[in-house]
Design a protein around this ligand. Structure first.
Ligand SMILES: Cc1ncc(COP(=O)(O)O)c(C=O)c1O
Length: 400
C-alpha cells in the first residue's frame, strides 16, 4: 500500500469542495445559481496591465529571470511599501512568488519547526491552519467575538502564548470576517509580540479594499523591532483583479528572505516573467480603474447592509464588515428548525439547503471555525446580491 508522507497526511481536504461541486453540477444542468461563494473580484484586470504582459512577450521577455523576482519589480514593490505603508526595505528583502498563498507557504516553511505553535485568530482563512500543519507547526486558535468585531485583543494574544509560540498570523482586512484592525489595536498586539519575541505573518492582501473610513495600518510600521519580526504578505490578486495571474510577494528580515530565496530557487524558480512585467504596470500605473472597483465594492456593501438591516426580525443578523469583500451572516437562529423535513443543525446544513432548495451558493462558517454563520461574498453584481438575499430571507421565513 502506498503511504503518503506524514506532512501531507495532516492536511484536511477543503470543506467547501462538496458545496462547490454541487453548485457546478447544478450550473452544468442549466440551473441559474447565485454564487455568494466567490473569492475574487468580478472585474477584469485593467487594460494597461494586460498590455504590459503582451508587450513583454512581444519584446521576447519570455525566459528565466532571477528566482526571487525581477529587479525592476522588486524596486516597484519597495516603492509601494514606502509610499503606502511608510516601510523601508532593501530589494534583497523582497521575494516574489506565485500568489500570496505561495508567499505564505514559503514564509512558514522558512520559519516553523516541528512542534512550533502558531497563533491564529478565529474565524480564520481556511488555508492558514493547513499550511501551518504541513510545515510541522501546531495551530493555536484564539476565539474572537462578534461583539468585538471579530478582532483578537492584545490580552487574548498574551493569554495564548506558551514557550512554544513562534508566530502569530494576523490578517487585516480579514477574510472571512471583513474586519479591519485599527492602528491602536495593532500597536497593542505589537507590544505583546515584541515582549515575547514572536514573529508575525501579516497578510495584507486585502489592503486596498477598505470602506467606511478606516485606514490600513501594517504591524511592521509600529517600531523597528516589530518590523524585524514581521513578514509582510501582499500581492496583486485582490487589489488589481489579477487572481489568475498568480503573483504575490513578501517583505521580511534579511535572514528569512535569504532562506526563502534559496528554497524558491530550488522549488518553483521565478514567477512567470510576463506576469512580473504586468505587476510592475499594476504597481506603477494609473490607479483609476482600481478606484472604480473599490467604489463598486463599497456601494454593494452599503446596499447589502441596508437590505440585511430589514432581516433582523426573521432571525438573520450580520457583523458589519469594514474591508475585503465578505460579510458574515449570523444564521444560528435557524438551528434546531427544519425545512421540508430536513433538520438544520449547523452552517453546513444551511449552506446545503440554500443550494438545493434556493439555488444560492454560500460558504458555511464551519470552514472558518465559526459554525454560527455563513460567509457571503459581495464580488457579484448587486442585482444578484439582491435576488440571493431575498432567497435567503425566504428560507428564514419558511423554516419551522
Ligand atoms: C486572506 C487571504 N490571503 C491570501 C490569499 C491568496 O491570495 P493569492 O491569490 O494571491 O494567492 C487569499 C485568497 O483568497 C486570502 O483570502
Amino acid at each position: 500500500m502506498i503511504k503518503v508522507s506524514r506532512k501531507v497526511a495532516s492536511i484536511s481536504p477543503s470543506m467547501t469542495l462538496a458545496i462547490s461541486a454541487k453548485a457546478n453540477e447544478l450550473k452544468a444542468a442549466g440551473v441559474r445559481v447565485i454564487n455568494f461563494g466567490v473569492g475574487e473580484p468580478d472585474f477584469n484586470t485593467p487594460a494597461h496591465i494586460i498590455s504590459a504582459a503582451k508587450d513583454a512577450m512581444d519584446k521576447g521577455y519570455t525566459k528565466y529571470v532571477a528566482a526571487a523576482g525581477l529587479p525592476a519589480l522588486k524596486k516597484a514593490i519597495c516603492q509601494k511599501l514606502k509610499k503606502d505603508n511608510g516601510l523601508d526595505y532593501d530589494p534583497s528583502q523582497i521575494i516574489v512568488s506565485n500568489g500570496a498563498k505561495h508567499s505564505i507557504f514559503n514564509a512558514l516553511f522558512a520559519t516553523i519547526d516541528d512542534g512550533d505553535e502558531v497563533i491564529i485568530p478565529s474565524p480564520y482563512w481556511l488555508t492558514y491552519p493547513e499550511v501551518v500543519k504541513s510545515c510541522g507547526g501546531v495551530p493555536v486558535y484564539v476565539e474572537t467575538t462578534r461583539e468585538g468585531g471579530y478582532k483578537m485583543t492584545a490580552e487574548q494574544l498574551e493569554a495564548a502564548i506558551t514557550p512554544k509560540t513562534k508566530m502569530l498570523i494576523l490578517n487585516s482586512p480579514a477574510n472571512p470576517t471583513g474586519s479591519v484592525y485599527v492602528q491602536e489595536e495593532i500597536e497593542k498586539i505589537a507590544h505583546v509580540c515584541v515582549k515575547h519575541n514572536i514573529l508575525v505573518l501579516s497578510d495584507e492582501i486585502y489592503e486596498k479594499l477598505i470602506y467606511g473610513g478606516e485606514k490600513h495600518y501594517s504591524i511592521a510600521q509600529v517600531s523597528p523591532e516589530m518590523k524585524e519580526l514581521t513578514i509582510v504578505i501582499n500581492g496583486v490578486s485582490k487589489s488589481y483583479a489579477m487572481t489568475g495571474w498568480r503573483l504575490g510577494y513578501l517583505a521580511c528580515a534579511p535572514v528569512i528572505a535569504k532562506a526563502i530565496a534559496s528554497f524558491q530557487s530550488h522549488s518553483t524558480s521565478n514567477v512567470n516573467t510576463m506576469t512580473q512585467y504586468a505587476a510592475i504596470a499594476a504597481l506603477e500605473g494609473p490607479t483609476e480603474p482600481m478606484e472604480e472597483m473599490i467604489k463598486a465594492f463599497g456601494d454593494r456593501r452599503q446596499k447589502m447592509m441596508k437590505l440585511l438591516d430589514g432581516y433582523r426580525d426573521i432571525g438573520l443578523d450580520y457583523v458589519k464588515p469594514d474591508g475585503a469583500f465578505y460579510l458574515m451572516l449570523v444564521v444560528e437562529k435557524l438551528f434546531g428548525k427544519s425545512y421540508k423535513g430536513k433538520q438544520i443543525r449547523g452552517s453546513m446544513d444551511v449552506a446545503d439547503i440554500l443550494l438545493t432548495e434556493k439555488q444560492v451558493a454560500v460558504t458555511p462558517g464551519i470552514c472558518f471555525g465559526d459554525d454560527e454563520v455563513i460567509r457571503l461574498s459581495y464580488a457579484l453584481s448587486f442585482e444578484d446580491i439582491k435576488t440571493g438575499l431575498e432567497k435567503i430571507a425566504e428560507l428564514a421565513r419558511e423554516v419551522q
